[in-house]
Design a protein around this ligand. Structure first.
Ligand code: MN
Length: 646
């Protein structure tokens, strides 16, 4: 090696480190992150965006001297690599990037250990090859290093060049996507335009701003939101208003369920025969095939949050984890105050997961049947917790003893990434896409379907089925964009960005005692459930702050915003900055006349919802139709069957 004669100077080591970290970033762009990069400008931005922050951070160490300086540059490069790799692993699992908010949810990641370890890939060593080589040189080949004092006068020039490059990057990004930093909810856009390192800085600034927002918020902020939601509210449908007054409500959360499974056959066999039956309109259920999840990073917890509050989850992190101590005017508390309901949640995992034991007290949920209420012996467990069949069996017994009228929420678990199932529980052959996630999903979805059927039969036997409102919904997608290839095999069609949006249909089934079932093709989302249920109970909603509108109302608002700022309407969808026709998922040639208004509404919905949550605005609300919940009055005692998790 020529290094023997010509030694490695500090400046050369700096340049090499900048280049290798950048090279690894490119590697991650093309191998691990699916960013949807299109066209020359976006590719140019991608080439440009990692340099500025890497060079700026590492150039600081050029001010140091001798061996120390080499070590600092090495450690700096390693930390950047570590940040990149942490994002890679996180992305494979969540299809999203790490934020400071998600770091607060480390507890959840821990208990998802199995799912996370399934996210390692054989080629991951590629991210650390340079680290190992540099470490070897620094420890064993010190004689290769040129430790002479390095002229510092170039350092400010390098720093200035890095900052200039950053602004050039930003200018390009703003021209391709206006309002990138102020109006972008999608982390993939931000990383595509700014790179993962600048994204982390951006997220840090955002996190500090959000924390300040609560301190600065006041009544006027609340008034603004109330004015907005009041004009969005729609009149209830007379035929349904009060139709389910004081009826028991059983709400069934289908983990990771997507409606492409409905009527889907694999190897000639229906995957979900029971749900297929409920989706015909002949079993007393109103089935909503065009019902979408609206969750963000908070996934399961976001879906619960949105269904019970008609607000959206946060752009970063989970509202359950981050804003669990806020003031809320949630559905369980309203039902209790207006019609004397008792409320409960049943779930085969421990109560601290997603910070549920905190946030439920703020929603006014009376009882929480967590894992300590169930037989959690080893043979009853699968994946993250209790098997759905065991869960439903025991839950039906608890349900039969609830004080009526009740509002009970059952959260399933088995159909969860990475979709594992023991062979004795599998009753359908896996498809053969070669992707264990997609193949396993078909099997666990079948298991979920059977579990649901058994539960419905239990409810019928116990005499609590016919006269209850039953709500069933999928919480969020189970198959992320990282599995598009396998999904193309399974569905036999190309998964374009527009098609992927279609796959975010998670379905809603609603049985109202005394009313006929039907297939209702209305476009809707999870935020629409709360106003629908309140009207079914005959509760006047004019004073409640809700983003959604009643599904049964004739004026139902069918713009469905997603957490990333995209949205869908009955005619078209807005995805990744483009408009596609729902009929064929082709880009539209002419901008629809209602597009600007709908886009503005989708953005406004998200912004207003974020303001409510980040500013904790409901603490200012003296609602004539609501008494503030006193969280200290709620306590979730451990059940008779288990130890509390340490
Ligand atoms: Mn979930």
């Amino acid at each position: 090696m020529s290094l023997h004669k010509k030694k490695l100077t500090l400046f050369a080591f700096f340049i090499i480190t900048v280049l290798t970290v950048t090279a690894k970033t490119y590697f991650s762009y093309y191998v691990d992150f699916s960013l949807g990069v299109k066209g020359l400008v976006q590719n140019l931005i991608l080439l440009m965006n990692p340099y500025s922050l890497i060079a700026l951070v590492l150039s600081i160490f050029l001010f140091f001297k001798g061996k120390k300086a080499f070590w600092f540059i090495f450690i700096g490069g390693f930390l950047l690599t570590f940040l990149l790799y942490a994002n890679v692993v996180y992305f494979r699992f969540f299809s999203d990037f790490l934020t400071f908010s998600t770091l607060n949810q480390v507890g959840n990641v821990e208990s998802m250990g199995g799912a996370v370890s399934a996210s390692f890939k054989w080629y991951d060593f590629a991210y650390f090859i340079d680290t190992i080589i540099y470490l070897f040189i620094l420890i064993f080949k010190q004689k290769w290093l040129d430790k002479r004092v390095f002229s510092k006068k170039f350092v400010p020039v390098i720093m200035a060049a890095s900052v200039a490059l950053f602004f050039l990057n930003l200018a390009f990004a703003e021209s391709d996507r206006p309002e990138l930093l102020t109006r972008t909810f999608d982390h993939k856009y931000l990383v595509k335009y700014l790179g993962p390192y600048n994204f982390t800085v951006y997220d840090g600034v955002k996190t500090i701003q959000n924390n300040q927002q609560k301190a600065l918020a006041n009544e006027d902020d609340l008034t603004k939101v109330l004015n907005y939601t009041k004009q969005k509210r729609t009149e209830p449908n007379k035929e349904y208003f009060g139709a389910a007054k004081k009826k028991n409500v059983i709400k069934i959360h289908l983990e990771s369920f997507q409606t492409f499974l409905i009527n889907k056959k694999v190897n000639g066999e229906e995957v979900t025969p029971f749900l297929n039956k409920l989706s015909t309109g002949n079993e007393g259920y109103r089935y909503y095939p065009n019902f979408f999840h609206q969750t963000g990073q908070g996934k399961t917890s976001d879906s619960e949050f949105t269904m019970d509050n008609s607000l959206y989850g946060l752009p970063q992190g989970s509202a359950f984890s981050l804003k669990g101590d806020n003031t809320y005017q949630a559905l369980p508390a309203i039902l209790h105050q207006q019609q004397g309901y008792t409320s409960s949640v049943m779930h085969g995992d421990y109560k601290t997961f997603w910070n549920r034991d905190q946030v439920y007290r703020h929603f006014g949920i009376d009882k929480f049947y967590d894992a300590t209420y169930y037989d959690m012996s080893e043979e009853n467990l699968e994946n993250l917790g209790l098997k759905d069949k065991e869960f439903f069996k025991e839950s039906a017994n608890y349900l039969a003893k609830e004080k009526e009228p009740f509002y009970s929420h059952l959260i399933t678990l088995t159909n969860h990434y990475p979709f594992t199932l023991s062979p004795e529980d599998a009753s359908i052959d896996k498809p053969n896409t070669g992707d264990s996630t997609v193949d396993g999903y078909v099997q666990t979805a079948r298991y979920l379907d059977e579990s649901l059927e058994e539960f419905v039969n239990e409810l019928k036997e116990k005499g609590i089925y016919d006269d209850s409102v039953i709500m069933i919904y999928g919480d969020h997608y189970g198959i992320s964009e990282n599995h598009n290839k396998a999904m193309e095999k399974l569905l036999g069609e190309e998964i374009t960005p527009a098609k992927f949006t279609d796959l975010n249909r998670t379905g809603f089934w609603l049985k109202i005692p005394g009313k006929e079932g039907t297939v209702d093709k209305t476009y809707a989302g999870q935020a629409d459930v709360m106003p629908t249920l309140l009207h079914l109970m005959g509760i006047d909603t004019k004073n409640y702050l809700m983003m959604g509108t009643d599904l049964l109302s004739k004026d139902h608002n069918d713009t469905v915003p997603f957490r990333n700022g995209d949205f869908v309407t009955k005619d078209y969808k807005y995805v990744n900055g483009r408009i596609y026709d729902n009929k064929n998922n082709e880009p539209v040639t002419e901008k629809p006349s209602d597009f600007d208004a709908r886009k503005q509404q989708a953005e406004k919905d998200l912004e207003m919802s974020d303001d409510v949550i980040n500013g904790d605005l409901l603490r200012f609300y003296d609602n004539p139709d609501f008494d503030k919940v006193k969280p200290s009055q709620y306590k979730y005692e451990p059940g008779p069957k288990g130890q509390e998790k340490k």
